[in-house]
Design a protein around this ligand. Sequence first.
Ligand code: GLU
Length: 421
Amino acid sequence: MSNNILTSRMLQTARFNLEMAAAKLKLGKTSLIRLIEPKEKIELTLHPKLSTTKYPGIKAYVVRHSDTLGPAKGGIRMSPGVTLQDVEGLAMEMTWKTSLIEVPFGGGKSGVCCDPAALSADDKEIIIRSYTRGAVRHIGPEIYVPAPDMGTNEADMGHIRDCLAYSAGKSITSGCYVTGKPVLLGGIVGRREATGKGVIYCLMRACERLGMKFSQAAIAVQGFGNVGSVAAQFAAEMGAKIIAVSDISGGTMNRSGLDIGKVCEHIRKTGKLAGFAGGRDITNAELIAADCDILIPAATQSQITEANCAEIKAKIIAEGANGPTEPKADDILEQKNIFVIPDILCNAGGVFVSYLEYTQETQREQMTIEEVNERLNRRMCKKFDEVYEYSKTNKMTMRQAAMCIAVSRVVAATDARGALP
Ligand code: GLU
């Protein structure tokens, strides 16, 4: 085991959750060591030729945490503060997510250390292409298959695919090298909405099982990026009341329900959420403490901490983000009897539809939106039920149950593969 000091709260949370599951499963030390350390971690320094000289050398990271169940899978995070340790923690989370949702992938993640909001579209494309060239030996349908994550999107995935096909001197890549691409370039319909929709499918199932009426629920959503905005929109379509949303600029609240279409329009016009006329401005702290039935943290990691979780009034927390709840907060939430749907279950819809894209591209098939959504809903409900039953039978929280199921699948596959080449 490495002796590096853990400076990343994301990695601390990921390791804590793994050690918790290992203790519950009574895993031996050797098995635990194999699961803690990533299989491979790469640090790149990119020197893209940008229109500004703001970024003289951009750090980028690729971590393949595990490929026991299949090629490493996970998105590319573009953010100014992302560290190698964050990427390591996020890659580990992907291993449990793909295992739990039962797609034949391992876990990986990439990080590109720059601020997408401060880049022109051209400069962002140059950086993404530069990352692709730098990471080319580590990307492939049988190695690591990237996808969008915070700060990256469909267009970026299109550039990655183009860059790889171009280098191979072909029109298409042979097999699926990247998911979350534009539909015209071999992407799948519904992938962009899949994570947010999956959160709501999972929540609706949770309400059913817990005897709550989803259509009467008041919901607060932290984060209005690809996950939060789609989750808010879809929840409203399904009849729930969105009473508060927030983004990096601040939040807005309306106890009679926000018109999410109008919120989106306001953001399109002004570039930020704060100042929305259909609600009153609130802070992020007010959003977390909002008087609601369901809280969806869909922003980033380490948002629900020991310091603010006592304020939470929601009965259910549905983790749209990766690692939004820190372990100490988890204990307090358990004491408060708040039902937490953990990230590796709740936001697994994105990677599930990435898997559909992977199979579609391999077979050069085309799925319809109805088929994608139907399969997504079915898988989210099935997995929710599995985790819920396990948590009841073994008297565990949903996170403990999800982690135990996910880790034991990876351990069983490791044993099945054996120790010798
Ligand atoms: N970035 C997403 C996640 O954290 C999707 C990963 C993927 O589709 O590979 O789950």
